[in-house]
Design a protein around this ligand. Structure first.
Ligand code: PSU
Ligand code: MN
Length: 306
């Protein structure tokens, strides 16, 4: 194991007994949701994965150590702390060398999952090409990570704070298959529709696991995106949320928010503009992804020969 990684006891045991493991990101805890909902959700999501029969590994950096699996105190520390960083791929060496603490984004979590041998990763929504990205070059490092790191990512699509069409074009260019789980449409996080098609539909967990295994068996490096729409009963009204997203983007432009502040700013703004509606939807879709991710990890585990 890489010398900068610390495995939790639970994860260590799971690896020894070859149990299916599901990685979870921590920027959603440190920058994506307010306290205490962030902590409650992180714990509930872990429990859902355990109940399904897999082992959760929430990934974060604490005082320079890359944690693969967090204990209760570590989760609480991240959820409460106001000054932990947001670490993507580019931040990893600095945060580790300077012995700082950070929530890891999809890009950093994918990479750390890969370092520790975890193949399935559950998140809410991935980062992507921001609106106007062709001008600003604001393209999340998550997409490049999907292009090169062998980890399958389960998400509810990507928020309409992004340009979803350009995001899908980018993934296509870099050879990342986008698989809709029982949907033909690429979901838009709070809503089940975006008006954009996924590449392929998978109708069962076994099918998803077979696609993942086949990609890597072929020596095709990089990730796979599994798009799992928010359950109907928790989805928000499309026109309602899009109006709010537009308002949030306008404010970000007026305030000249840049770089890695953009996504947390927009998430926070949307949350406050919707009361807790967007937060509740966010929590439900992550839980839904956790259930699917655990099932995929279990199926993939059966297919893999140790
Ligand atoms: N999208 C969400 N919620 C989130 C994020 C994205 O709906 O919490 C977080 C993820 O950690 C993602 C990161 O990897 O934001 C992307 O940030 P950026 O756009 O700066 O790459
Ligand atoms: Mn960005």
């Amino acid at each position: 194991m890489n010398k900068y990684l610390d495995l939790s006891l639970e994860v260590k045991k799971a690896m020894e007994s070859k149990m299916p493991i599901v990685a979870l990101e921590s920027t959603i805890i440190t920058h994506g949701m307010p306290y205490p909902e962030n902590l409650e959700t992180a714990e509930e999501v872990e429990d859902i994965i355990r109940k399904e029969g897999a082992i959760p590994a929430t990934i974060a950096i604490i005082e320079g150590r890359i944690k693969i699996g967090l204990n209760k105190e570590e989760l609480k520390f991240l959820a409460e702390s106001k000054n932990v960083l947001k670490a993507g791929r580019k931040d990893l060496p600095v945060v580790v060398a300077k012995e700082l603490s950070a929530g890891t984004t999809v890009s950093a979590t994918m990479f750390c999952a890969y370092l520790s041998g975890i193949k399935i990763f559950v998140t809410g929504g991935i980062g992507g090409v921001h609106r106007g990205g062709e001008r600003t070059f604001d393209i999340s490092a998550d997409l490049q990570e999907l292009a090169k790191t062998d980890v399958a990512v389960v998400c509810a699509g990507a928020k309409a704070i992004l340009d979803l069409r350009l995001t899908l074009e980018y993934l296509e260019t870099y050879g990342v298959p986008v698989i809709g789980f029982r949907t033909e449409e690429f979901p838009a996080f709070y809503t089940r529709e975006s008006g954009l098609k996924v590449d392929y539909v998978a109708n069962s967990v076994e099918e998803v696991a077979r696609i993942i295994k086949t990609k890597w068996d072929l020596g095709l490096h990089g990730g796979i995106l599994i798009a799992n729409p928010i359950p109907e009963e928790h989805a928000l009204d499309k026109d309602y949320i899009n109006k709010i997203i537009n308002d949030a983007i306008k404010e970000a432009e007026e305030l000249d928010i840049k770089g890695k502040e953009v996504t947390p700013f927009l998430l926070n703004k949307i949350s406050s503009l919707t009361g807790k509606k967007s937060l509740m939807a966010n929590i439900e879709l992550v839980k839904n992804n956790a259930r699917l991710g655990a099932k995929i990890a279990i199926e993939l585990n059966k297919l893999l020969e140790y």
